[in-house]
Ligand binder design. Sequence first.
Ligand code: SF4
Length: 509
Amino acid sequence: MSEITMKQPFPVFLCGHGLKYEIECILKVFVPAVRFQFYYDDLSLFHESSRFAAVQIRQGRNHTYFYCAVSLGEKRLRLAHRAEKLCPQINKQQCEVIISKMLFRLLQELTGLDVPWGILTGIRPVRKVLPLMDAGMNREEIFNTLKNNYWISDEKLELVYHTALVQRPLLMQTPKNSIGLYVSIPFCPTRCSYCSFVSHSVEQAKKLMPDYIRLLCEELKIWGRMVRELGLMIDTVYFGGGTPTSVSAEHLEQLMQAVEANFDLSHIREYCVEAGRPDTITAEKLAVLRKYGADRISINPQTMNDDVLRTIGRRHTAEEIVECYHLARSFGFENINMDLIAGLPSDTPESFHRTLEQIIALDPDSITVHTLTLKRAANLFAEGETQLENPVREMVRDSIAMLPEKGYQPYYMYRQKNTIDNQENVGYAKPGKESYYNMLIMDETQSIFGAGCAASTKLVEPNGMITRVCNYKFPYEYIAQFDQLMEKKQQVYEIYERIRTQEAAYAEK
Ligand code: SF4
């Protein structure tokens, strides 16, 4: 693994098919922090490469033949497999499973890595469990099915099963005709080194801020009218970012006023604001949040180690996190979440353990444990190589063992590409303090209307089809092209017509 560098792309040769996605996902698990370069039906560079992966599908008269070869420098392995006749276009899923398992075997042998999620590369593992529960399978049957299909470790099976058990009854309570509203505030005081989000420092964005807030209020007005005309009900409101509390108390009030004025909030089950970074939270802003009905806030330390905080570019201390938490409690917030990240640069298992202890001692209502992810846009990506030895597995294990013991149950989970050691992100909550928005965004069974730049609207149809309508990524684009963006929203009416037709057809059955 030592010769892998960020600069040299890793060549991947595909012959007889174009099944790039799954192959890339599996490769990323074993060969992280590397750029892959794909060559289709072109083996001209094959013999020149010391490191490569090659996957060929060849059609015989009665069978389909699969060939995989991987080389990581000195070591090179290959595998062949014969199957019944399969066409990569028509039998895509079957072909992907065969290729994934072959590649996985080769890469595991070459690297010696133990991969806890096996060949499961999707970001929503709980969705593999819920249908099995719905089909009436018991715990043992579910474990056996997932183990056979995906080669998942017992530890992760326990975790995902436990999460599904907590989540399932809560998902069943989702009101009909309801939607979530997402309000995006893509600003932060400074940029953290691991962040790939399109967040802008408030300092840089000062000039844009008044226009951004004004147009965001305008967009909320448009969404409000649509929600009324379509007869929808607001179930949850979520202010995310960036760091929503990085804007001034006046701007925060302007936005929350716009939500109150344009939507009927009488049925909402959750109003959440990511207060995010302690260096943005003030008594004045907390008063605004309370005044307009926010009932869940997230104060995100990431770590309680001051040295690690400095390393990741945070401008606050662990002590300020504690002060901020107590200040929020004094304003009457009864549902406070705290986010942590396992695997931050310079953090150690011992220091992460102390962070867990300190956070548990504060007694928040939920604790979300993320695993560090190396994304291209993050400053940290450039240090990818140094992350290969990250002791993140120990940290994640510690959280899995400690949090349920202290009364926090896992209730939602997601995975991301490029997560160190192929770990996951898990939300743990005390009973009754689970976030509906978090569960529903992962379950993809409720539509979400997104306002603001980088927000995406997700429209879920009864047949499972999902249409996304994305707003522009950057505030200046959002401001400059606001009118065109709002025109794009008209397609929401058309999609809802389709939704109504499907609902009527299902009701008739
Ligand atoms: S607070 Fe969150 S969104 Fe903002 S820079 Fe840090 S990681 Fe990125």
